[in-house]
Design a binder for this molecule. Structure first.
Ligand SMILES: [Zn+2]
Ligand SMILES: [Zn+2]
Length: 71
């Protein structure tokens, strides 16, 4: 059971969401917001973003883009 405790999800301290175990951020990506997602995609200014796979960061960006798309 204790094979990969690092990959377990943990609760976000700000919302009821979950943070992926591989995500070193302190908050879930929803709380970090779209600006953080966009910033992390190209030139991450935070230390946690570069630890995420490029694909994960792209998915986050696309998640927010879909959310904010105007009719
Ligand atoms: Zn959150
Ligand atoms: Zn970040």
């Amino acid at each position: 059971m204790a094979n990969s405790p690092v990959l377990e999800h943990r609760p976000c301290p700000t919302c009821n969401g979950l943070i992926a175990g591989a995500d070193p951020h302190r908050l879930c990506f929803e709380c970090l917001g779209p600006e953080h997602a966009g910033d992390g995609l190209q030139y991450p200014s935070c230390n946690a973003c570069p630890m995420l796979p490029q694909l994960s960061r792209r998915h986050r960006m696309e998640h927010f883009q879909a959310f904010y798309v105007s009719p």
